[in-house]
Every structure is written in structure tokens, then in C-alpha cells.
Design a protein around this ligand. Sequence first.
Ligand code: SF4
Length: 368
Amino acid sequence: MKHKLYKETAKHIKRLKPFEQKALFGIIESLELGVNFSREFTDYLIDLSKILQKPIQNILKTPEIQDILKSERLPRSRKIRLIKNLFFQMRYPYISTYNSHGNVGQGFMPCQSSKKPPVSVKPKAKQIIFAKQKGKWMKRCPGTPEHICCNYLVINNGMGCPFNCTYCYLQTYMNQSSFDRSVILYDNIDTLLKELKTFLKEETNGNFRIGTGEFTDSLALDNKVGLSEKLIKLFAKQDKHLLELKTKSTNIDHLLGLDHKGKTIFSWTLNPEILIRGDEQGTASLKDRLKAAKRCAEAGYKISFHFDPLIHIANWEEEYQRVVDQIFDYLKEEDLTWISLGALRFLPKQKPIVENRFPDSTRKDEIF
Ligand code: SF4
């Protein structure tokens, strides 16, 4: 059977051993995966095989995966989702034990006391776990079938965030108690730099946005590992791709004096101050984010903003208009490279998690 694959996916599969290729094509056929899912499954399986030191065919023989594949009851789309979840749990065993019913696990501690209003509550201190990234550092955005892909490339440098946003989608990725307790940072960054150097040398056909802010805040804990400085310097040596550092912090001082050659973009996620105070615990205020953006612009960096997620709060038009006005109190139009808008990413299982973690959030009904 002929498979429709991206050139790059085909290249990766070609490097596998014949039995691994056979197993991979087996699952692609059985689930009738399109090009995007084929790419995602291939990336996951190659990564898992490296981390678990198991050939791909053995990973696919895992009873849970086999049960899903053989099920006559489950529709194809659900099988794909369940198997992806299993891959994710295998990939991040220490953080992905959340219960599929969305129930809060043992050891969970709500991070807000019910006696205090949300604004005055300090986020719980989270422990930082330094770990080695044993799999691939970079992963392409899987895209959505029949939609133009953003072509974003994610650098998988950590998992978890020191902040506590009520709406954060990471809460459904991670076990709640893990999310409350820890942030994992991968510190073997020499291997990332090696992988990235090869990518930057070989990838001459497209222009990619490559970022570290997918599973953690790019800058909040940057001083712990010192990754951003190394990335900025590396990106300054090429002229095709852009590094994006996405944050809700003001941790920029150590990066202002670098010779970045315009190849790094600093991005802040913005929301009305009323939402920041109530539902983005631990993050910098709107004013402080904009002041930090201004300092980065003065240091010659490109700047972007993401209104993400947009939330339908009371007086939302005035509130969001005020944020737009405030942007231009600090920045000039020419400082801005892009402004993006994003909707809330919300899985049904997120609601009970949020209700348990943020019993005092006055806005959770508006959010969900
Ligand atoms: S800053 Fe981003 S990653 Fe961190 S808690 Fe908030 S939404 Fe989640």
C-alpha cells in the first residue's frame, strides 16, 4: 500500500530497521492516518524507542495499545486520541498519571485558600526537577488536517510552569499534584544545541518559528539553566529562522545586551489586568510586561503579543480595548512584529480540575 507522507517523515522512516518500518506502517494503515498524524505518530514512536530503548514494534505490542487497536466499539478518531494519550504517558511517565475522568488525585492541595480572595494569594512554591532530555528536543506542531499549518517548531525544554493560570491547558496534561509541586527542566542542553545546529544547517527550504514556550514559560526560570542566551547566540548565526521566547514574566535583564542580529522575538501573552490579577497567579502585571517589552524593543529585539486565551469577561470590549491602548503607551507600531489572538483550549476534563484547584476564582464560570 502506498502511504501519503511528508518528505521528512518518509526520510525518518527510511532510517528505521525493516521490522520497525513494518510496525509503523501497520499502525498508519490500521488507523488510516493522514500526513499530519503519520508525522506525529512517527515522531512519537522514534522518540519513545530512543527513550525506552525498545524497538518500535515492541512499543506497539503494549497490551493497552493492542486493546485499543482491536476494539470494534471505538471509532477511529477516539482510537487515535487514546493512543496519542498513551504515547504521551509513556513519554512523560512521572507527570501524566491524571485520571481520565478528570478526578483530582491523592495528595492534591488546592493552591488557593478558600478564606482569601484570589488576588492576595501567593502561588505555591514549586520544586524544580532537573532532568535529562533523552528523546528528541524538537517537535513540529502536528497541525490540523485540511488547515494551513502554523509550521511552528517546539523545543521541548521543560514541562510545567512556576505560574498558576486558572485556564492553563497544562493542567490536563499533567497530574494535578505534579503540576502543583514541580517544574521539570531539561539541563543537558549541549545535546539540544547539537540537534539544533544540524537542523539550522539542513533546513534551508522553509522559514520556521521555533519556540520554547509550549510546555513551560520560556523565561520565568531561564536563569536556572541559561538556555535562552545560548539559543539567541545560535540563532544570530543564521538568517532563515526565528526564535520565539514566550513569557508572562519580566525576566529579561540577562538577555538585553546580547548580539541577537534580529533573529529572536520576545512575546508576551496579554490579558486585561483584572484577569491577570485574578487568574494568572504569580505572573507579572500587564504594566510590567509592557515595560519589559519596551526594554527589549530598545535593545533591538522584535516584539510580539498574544491575546491568548481571549476570555469573555464582563465589559470585555472596554477591557480589551484598554489593553490595546496601553500597548501603545509603551511601544511604537514599528516595534511590533505580530499580534495574535487565541481561543481557550478547553477539554471537558479541565472543568473539574479547575474547580478543585481554584475554588475561589470568581471568574471560572466566565472562563468555562
Ligand atoms: S504562564 Fe502559561 S504555562 Fe504557565 S501556568 Fe500560565 S498558562 Fe500555564
